[in-house]
Design a protein around this ligand. Structure first.
Ligand code: F6P
Length: 357
């Protein structure tokens, strides 16, 4: 008999349900008896003992369903060791709930913060297997996270739709793409959507270079320019500030996001009309694309296989087109970022895309 706990933590993304279904189907199809307990709203469910037993019916029909059937929440890692408002020791509470249910393993689906806590639980002696989710694709130890490809499709669609109106009006348009502090989503959606300028957190921009690129297009007869701007894009000047100084600058900014500041600066320097579109959380919304359904199902089934073998303490990831297991301690606390010298960036530049650098 295996008793498994499952939870989804952090910002949601597409294919969380597909991944859980992959784990569950693999376990239910095995000869061994299996009980699966779903903790509700991320680590909060594990801390406060909010869970329900999941049967095969819970996993039926969810391959294509967006969001997470378990709910999710952000429980910051840096506060995990602090007692809650009632003095509860969160880490001890999680351990007690794990032991009370006599679990053999926790399956945790999450991104960067989630992995830090998963590793902490592993260090505290719990058996843990994790699955890499996030539209940002910024998890170290895996070439790909599920949710990413679906978000690329949505962000690309936003850029595609902006193309027609930008062309009609001869305007400069900025499409702001999610991704937190990394640019994988913007880079891929930008190339796929035919953006003329792509601004990434990893490649600080020079506003004059951006204006030059827009003017060059104009001089060559293009009536419009589209910029795909990562929500974490940063100027060369701001990149010189300390983390604290930059945070303060953002807090005091009159602009709702970096794109609006960039738009204002372009308008001032070029006299051109600039519009900003922010698809925001739509990028995490809706069902997973077919790629993510397959990918998450594969990761889920490999996680199920590890559980059946009793191999714990790993994230199931993807390296060089193979599903791999990566020790949790290697993943926790590391960020994967776009390498400005990577071939995809070089190829994009060969296509004539400006990175404002
Ligand atoms: O990590 C996923 C993500 O969607 C990031 O791209 C974005 O910066 C962040 O979450 C938004 O967080 P929230 O949903 O808490 O606003």
């Amino acid at each position: 008999m295996k008793r498994i706990g499952m939870l989804t933590s952090g910002g949601d993304c597409q294919a969380l349900n597909a991944a859980m279904r992959g784990v569950a189907k693999t376990l239910f199809n095995a000869k061994e008896d299996v009980e699966i307990y779903g903790f509700l709203d991320g680590y909060r469910g594990l801390i406060y003992g909010k869970f329900r037993m999941l049967t095969t019916a819970d996993f039926s029909g969810i391959l294509t369903k967006g969001g997470t059937i378990l709910g999710s929440s952000r429980t910051p890692f840096k506060l995990m060791r602090d007692p809650d408002e009632n003095g509860l020791n969160k880490v001890e509470a999680m351990k007690q709930n794990y032991y009370k249910l006599q679990l053999d393993c926790l399956v945790i689906l999450g991104g960067n913060g989630t992995h830090k806590t998963a590793n902490l639980l592993k260090d505290e002696g719990l058996n843990v297997i994790t699955l890499p989710k996030t539209i940002d694709n910024d998890l170290w130890g895996t070439d790909m996270t599920f949710g990413f490809q679906s978000a690329v499709d949505i962000a690309t669609d936003a850029i595609d739709k902006i193309h027609t109106t930008a062309a009609s009006h001869g305007r400069v348009f900025i499409v702001e793409v999610m991704g937190h502090k990394v640019g994988f989503l913007t880079l891929n959606a930008g190339i796929a959507g035919g953006a003329d300028i792509i601004l990434l957190p990893e490649i600080p921009y020079d506003i004059d270079k951006i204006v030059d690129a827009i003017k060059l297009r104009h001089d060559r007869g293009s009536r419009f320019t589209i910029l795909a701007v990562a929500e974490g894009a940063i100027s060369k000047e701001d990149a010189k500030l300390s983390k604290k100084e930059y945070k303060k600058k953002l807090e005091n900014s009159i602009y709702p996001s970096v794109s609006y500041e960039i738009a204002a600066r372009i308008e001032k320097k070029s006299g051109m009309e600039v519009r900003v579109t922010v698809p925001g959380h739509t990028q995490r919304g809706g069902g997973p694309c077919p790629y993510d359904r397959v990918f998450a199902s594969r990761l889920g089934s490999e996680a199920g296989k590890l559980i059946l073998k009793g191999e714990y303490g790993f994230m199931v990831g993807y390296k060089n087109r193979e599903i791999v297991k990566v020790p949790l301690e290697d993943v926790a606390g590391k960020l994967k970022m776009v390498d400005p010298k990577s071939s995809i960036v070089k190829e994009a530049k060969l296509l004539g895309i400006s990175f404002g650098d």
